[in-house]
Design a protein around this ligand. Structure first.
Ligand SMILES: Nc1ncnc2c1ncn2[C@@H]1O[C@H](COP(=O)(O)OP(=O)(O)OP(=O)(O)O)[C@@H](O)[C@H]1O
Length: 322
């Protein structure tokens, strides 16, 4: 990856008692990219973010943001980095606009300028109308969008978002994802997103890091992550067929060259050694009288990649660690 590293971590480690929340993290995040933090609950994503923000001290190793130490230069860091936690709190008795004005005051933005910025930010998250309503009347999705407006108020260079689309309806999700991409691609902001919503991460992230038990076990573009765990000929097949019974899965599994199968949301995914095996699945299912509603041969989805890194070929992530 070319460009200037905005955030650099070397051997970054955080212990809570005996728990290694973050374990020897080496990571560079580059200007203008959207970097996704993936990993199960307790993997160390939030702790990493807190160390980047200077909100918790590393036990060992180092992290710097624009060359600054977040613990020693926390005021400078907070001028350029905005963080939206997943449980963002607002004053319920104040309006959305008043909450944003309060954030602007905390950031020493003059009132006139703040009011202009607030108008722009509310519009960007589609809350112009609701801006004058008390936050206690907001839905979860509206609060979430107000949270995004809140991080934009100080026009940060780096934006860290924890589950930014949680609780937002599909239309709102598209708007937020578009906004994140625009902030990165048109305004050159560096964005770190932590989320469990793999499909959304796949859509927007330039690079991803997969955390498991405090360790970054894989990092790169989706294509790079996929090529680390596959050979060139492998492909993934997604099938929806009726009846959706045990026989269906057994047929898929029995085809020569099918390496892995799993079921997600009424769909079977199969990892095949090559396209011949994928085509054979289709043939066998038709021969057995199944009605195929959906059949697609594709590259690896982030979901496939995540599973394989996380579960590992021997059932443990260690097998795939770099
Ligand atoms: N203040 C704390 N005191 C003690 N242990 C903590 C503290 N904060 C986090 N931990 C532990 O550190 C580990 C990493 O937690 P962290 O919150 O960073 O994970 P995460 O990847 O953000 O999880 P999630 O996806 O649930 O948000 C967990 O084992 C957690 O229990």
């Amino acid at each position: 990856m070319s460009g200037n590293a905005v955030i650099e971590a070397h051997g970054l480690t955080k212990l809570y008692g005996n728990i290694k929340a973050v374990d020897g993290l080496d990571l560079s995040i580059y200007e203008g990219e959207i970097f996704g933090l993936l990993g199960p609950n307790g993997a160390g994503k939030t702790t990493t973010i807190l160390m980047v923000m200077g909100l918790t001290e590393p036990t060992s190793g180092s992290v710097n943001v624009y060359g600054l130490d977040p613990m020693r230069d926390s005021i400078s860091i907070k001028k350029v980095v905005s963080y939206m936690p997943d449980n963002i709190g607002f004053y319920d008795y104040m309006t959305g606009r008043e909450n944003l004005l309060y954030t602007a005051k905390l950031n020493h933005i003059p009132d006139d300028e703040a009011r202009q910025r607030i108008d722009v930010c509310l519009e960007r998250v589609n809350l112009t109308e609701a801006g004058d309503r008390k936050v206690r009347e907001y839905s979860r999705g509206m609060r979430q969008r107000l949270g995004i407006a809140d991080v934009l108020i100080k026009d940060p260079k780096v934006i860290i978002l924890d589950e930014p689309t949680l609780g937002i309806d599909p239309e709102g999700v598209d708007m937020i994802l578009d906004l994140i991409v625009n902030l990165s691609k048109q305004e050159g902001k560096t964005i770190i997103v932590s989320s469990h919503l793999l499909y959304q991460m796949q859509e927007i992230c330039d690079r991803l890091g997969i955390f498991v038990k405090g360790k970054l076990i894989a990092c790169g573009k989706i294509s790079e992550l996929a090529s680390n765990i596959t050979n060139r000929n492998e492909c993934a097949v997604q099938i929806i067929a009726k009846p959706f019974d045990e026989g269906l899965l057994n047929i898929v599994k029995s085809v020569e060259g099918v390496k892995e199968t799993y079921i997600q949301g009424g769909m079977i995914s199969a990892i095949c050694e090559n396209e011949d095996s994928a085509v054979m699945i289709n043939k066998r299912l038709l021969e057995a009288g199944y009605v195929i509603y959906h059949y697609a041969i594709s590259g690896y989805s982030l979901d496939d990649i995540y599973r394989r890194y996380f579960e590992g070929e021997d059932g443990g992530y260690g097998a795939l660690s770099k």
